[in-house]
Design a protein around this ligand. Sequence first.
Ligand code: SF4
Ligand code: SF4
Length: 115
Amino acid sequence: MAIMITDECINCGACEPECPNNAIYEGGAEWTYADGTSLKGLITTLDGEMVQADENFEPKDMDVYYIVPDKCTECVGFHDEPQCAAVCPVDCCVDDPEYRESEDELLAKKDFMHL
Ligand code: SF4
Ligand code: SF4
């Protein structure tokens, strides 16, 4: 499953630079597939949706840092454990029960973003 940030977040920003997929954004910031990945131009997402890699999407949270589930691989393919959870001082990076994925699916997501 992807990792999610709860409302306990104190907006310290420590997690953002640790994410190998640039899946973490500050509250209120728009996100793109292209940020921190090798995706460019018109792409087909793993859900079969066609979008521009640099298209801006609405923030998923306006008040605290948030994680884009479509970009979070739980750090699979890069690290042994989720780096955001490892650095978070208030332990608010937790498993997101709405996004359950196998190791193979997480690796496929990593390969999709980093050619
Ligand atoms: S688990 Fe890893 S890939 Fe997912 S948001 Fe945290 S640092 Fe990024
Ligand atoms: S490290 Fe934790 S408290 Fe700091 S911004 Fe990230 S989720 Fe929020």
